[in-house]
Structures are given as structure tokens and as C-alpha cells.
Design a protein around this ligand. Structure first.
Ligand SMILES: NC(=O)c1ccc[n+]([C@@H]2O[C@H](COP(=O)([O-])OP(=O)(O)OC[C@H]3O[C@@H](n4cnc5c(N)ncnc54)[C@H](OP(=O)(O)O)[C@@H]3O)[C@@H](O)[C@H]2O)c1
Length: 378
């Protein structure tokens, strides 16, 4: 069985590679042309995460890299190369995406929608009729803030919190239309926000909470207030400036350990697809309260976070720069749940046994060095 994967160097893709190697002898990685070093990045990830020495030694025989660009027709490959590749494949995993929540919609569409179109064209061209596993996101649920979102739902009635959600929604619409038009099965795997407690490492891809932390640190370092900013003096607990952030005190967010998500996805792929589009919510069995997220912010920056109903009309200079990541902050208002009955029906309870709490979140944002030094800094 010949398996190809886009996005293999990403936060999730690397974990998918490791899981897929447990089931398949060889993999073809459709790497991001121009990014460089895909083979080395994958090998390094396997080393850093303690993969068996045998797998690392065999990697040159088991891993093939083909450079591709999702933004180009035929993935940027010459016609004959594209056709040869298509005809070799039995399975295509599509994990590559632009995950910048605040990205420009036109650019997000180029990678996430048009890129998906190129991957579907690869699947359509292949004589072995490869099955497609499309990595979506539970956040195609859009700006709907409460209630239950079911796995088969795909609806834009509530609008979207950001361009990323919209582009991933449009990609799923495309997937459904393609499946219908070609009579081909597609499995859509929709994870929630992916997290890890693996300490940050310069050779590993960043994940969403690290982005939030980085944006926060960069913003705070620009504020001219005593003690604020990286490396500032220790601020006594009671003197920390209050930052009002829009959010619901009972808000909650689903955060899924990335390693467990990859395991669940690859297990789902061993089932027989229905022949149409099968969609699965790959989510944690417990949501994380918005107050845990704000507690994490308070651990990472010398501030006190106060959840308020609406964005303040009189923002302080600190609140102005602390509107860190406009694409993310609406999620502190969310109280919806993602139903994953179809996953549980197929796999049984998919409990990870991992508690995503404050300690877990902080472990994955700080590097090993910071974890030991941070308490003395603030
Ligand atoms: N991270 C989350 O919390 C989360 C949550 C729900 C769903 N998802 C979905 O999960 C999937 C994987 O996300 P991730 O967190 O692994 O993202 P990521 O770490 O940003 O990785 C993105 C991957 O896509 C590749 N890529 C980007 N632009 C490309 C292009 N133009 N052509 C070819 N390849 C390109 C990147 O290659 P280079 O590294 O070489 O640039 C990288 O391998 C995405 O579909 C995302 O929407 C993610």
C-alpha cells in the first residue's frame, strides 16, 4: 500500500508520520517546496521524541520526499511527474495548511482551499483511486458559541470568528462536492485545538499556544510600564496591572493532545470508509475552562486577567497591546461542545487519560530551561 502525506513537517503532521510508520513500511512526504530540509526535520523529530533507533536508521529507505507547492497547479509538479505520482498512490493524507488565524483570507484560501483542490486532483488522477484523509478542524463550526456541534454538520449560518475558520470550511465544502461528483470516499478528520506538553524546542514546529505566548511577550515588551516586558523585575502579585479581556466566565475550549489526536486519526483510518464523506470530531473528552486559559496567561506574563463581557471602550495602553491575537480571543466566549459519537462508535471510548490542565499547558509553552528559571523571573 502506497501512502502519501502533505504537511508532514507540521506540528500534527510529524505525529501522523510517526503513527503511520507503525502501520505502513514506507511513506511519501509531499513536502513544502522551498521550505527545505523535510527529511532532516522529520528525522530530528523522531530522534527528539524517542522513536525506535531501527526506524531512524531505516528512514532513508522508508521515507521519500517529493517537493510540492499547494498554491500551484498540479502541486507545482511537471505534468508527467504529477501523473506518475498519482498512479502510485493508494492513500493520500492531506494535513498541510496555513493555520494563521489572523492571516489574510485570500492567502488562507490559496493554501487551504486551492491547496485542497490540488490534492483532490491528485486523487482524481490516480489510477488506483486513492482514498483521501482530509485533516479539517472542529472550528469549521464557526462563530456558533453554544450548543452541540455534530460531526455531519457543515454550516456557515453563524459566520466565522476568523479567516482561517472560513477557509477550512470552504475546503470541506469542496471535499464534499468532489466526493459526490467523483463517487469517491473521503474521510474528514476534525481535531479541536492541538496542544502538547512536550517542552518547546527550537527544532520542533510551534503550536497554537506557543504562538499566543510569543505574540503576548512581543506585545508586552513594547509597553512602557515598570516591570512589564521580557526580563523585567519581579512584580509583586498585588501590583500586577489588570488586563480586561472579553470572555465568558463559564466559557470552555476543547484542547486535544496532538499525539493522541494523531493516534485516533490513524486508528480511524483503519476502518472501512462508507464510500461517501465520513467526518469525525477528534476531540478531548473534557473541555478546558476559559479561566484555565486566563490562569495560563497570568503565569506567562506579569498581569492579572479579568474576563469582561465586551471589549473595553476605554482600553489602557496595556489592554491595547494585549489584544494579542484577535483571531483567538473570541474563543474565550465559547461554550459549545463537539459531539464525537461517530468516533466513539467506531473506536469505543477514545479517552487519552491525559488531563489538559494548567500544568500541562505551561509545560508545552515553556522550554525546559524556562520551566526551571521562570519562577525566579516573575
Ligand atoms: N494546530 C492546531 O491546533 C490545529 C487544530 C485543528 C486542525 N488543525 C489542522 O491540522 C492540520 C495540520 O496543522 P499543523 O498544526 O500541523 O500546522 P503547521 O504546524 O503549521 O504545519 C503546516 C504544514 O503545512 C505545510 N505547508 C504550508 N504551506 C504549504 C504549501 N503552500 N505547500 C505545501 N505545504 C505547505 C508546512 O510545511 P513547512 O513546515 O515546510 O512550511 C507544514 O508541514 C491543518 O490542516 C490544520 O488546519 C490544526
Amino acid at each position: 500500500m502506497h501512502v502519501a502525506l502533505t504537511g508532514a513537517t507540521g506540528f500534527l503532521g510529524l505525529r501522523l508520520v510517526r503513527e503511520l510508520f507503525g502501520r505502513h513500511h514506507s511513506l511519501t512526504v509531499l513536502a513544502h517546496a522551498g521550505s527545505g530540509g523535510a527529511f532532516e526535520r522529520i528525522a530530528r523529530f523522531l530522534e527528539l521524541t524517542g522513536a525506535p533507533a531501527e526506524l531512524i536508521a531505516e528512514l532513508p529507505d522508508r521515507l521519500r520526499v517529493v517537493e510540492t507547492d499547494l498554491e500551484q497547479p498540479r502541486l507545482g509538479l511537471p505534468t508527467a511527474v504529477f501523473q506518475r505520482l498519482a498512479d502510485e498512490l493508494d492513500v493520500i493524507w492531506h494535513s498541510a495548511a496555513d493555520i494563521n488565524l489572523d492571516g489574510d483570507l485570500a492567502q488562507l484560501r490559496r493554501v487551504n482551499v486551492e491547496g485542497t483542490r490540488q490534492v483532490l486532483e491528485l486523487a482524481a488522477a490516480g489510477c488506483r483511486r486513492p482514498i483521501v484523509y482530509h485533516v479539517g478542524t472542529a472550528f469549521v463550526g464557526g462563530a456558533r458559541r453554544d450548543g452541540v456541534i455534530y460531526e455531519d454538520e457543515l454550516d456557515d449560518a453563524y459566520g466565522f470568528e476568523n479567516g482561517y475558520e472560513q477557509s477550512k470550511y470552504e475546503a470541506e465544502v469542496l471535499v464534499r462536492a468532489w466526493s459526490l461528483a467523483h463517487g469517491r470516499p473521503v474521510v474528514v478528520l476534525r481535531p479541536s485545538v492541538l496542544v502538547t506538553d512536550l517542552p518547546a524546542h527550537p527544532e520542533l514546529p510551534k503550536h497554537p499556544l506557543q504562538f499566543i505566548d510569543q505574540i503576548a511577550q512581543a506585545s508586552l515588551s513594547r509597553v512602557d510600564l515598570p516591570g512589564i516586558g521580557l526580563g523585567g523585575p519581579r512584580i509583586p502579585e498585588g501590583n500586577r496591572p489588570v488586563v480586561r479581556v472579553p470572555g465568558h466566565p463559564l466559557g470552555h475550549l476543547n484542547l486535544m493532545p496532538v499525539e493522541h489526536a494523531a493516534r485516533v486519526m490513524v486508528r480511524l483510518a483503519s476502518g472501512k470508509p462508507s464510500g461517501q464523506v465520513d467526518t469525525y470530531h477528534v476531540v478531548h473528552d473534557h473541555d478546558v475552562p476559559a479561566t484555565t486559559m486566563t490562569a495560563a496567561m497570568e503565569q506567562l506574563a506579569p498581569i492579572r486577567v479579568k474576563l469582561v463581557e465586551k471589549r473595553p471602550l476605554d482600553p489602557s495602553p496595556l489592554e491595547t497591546v494585549a489584544d494579542l491575537y484577535p483571531g483567538f480571543t473570541p474563543y474565550l466566549n465559547h461554550r459549545r461542545r463537539f459531539d464525537d459519537t461517530r468516533v466513539r462508535t467506531l473506536l469505543g471510548p477514545t479517552l487519552s487519560g491525559i488531563r489538559v490542565d494548567l500544568d500541562y499547558l505551561l509545560a508545552g509553552v515553556r522550554s525546559k530551561k524556562q520551566t526551571t528559571a521562570s519562577s525566579s523571573r516573575w
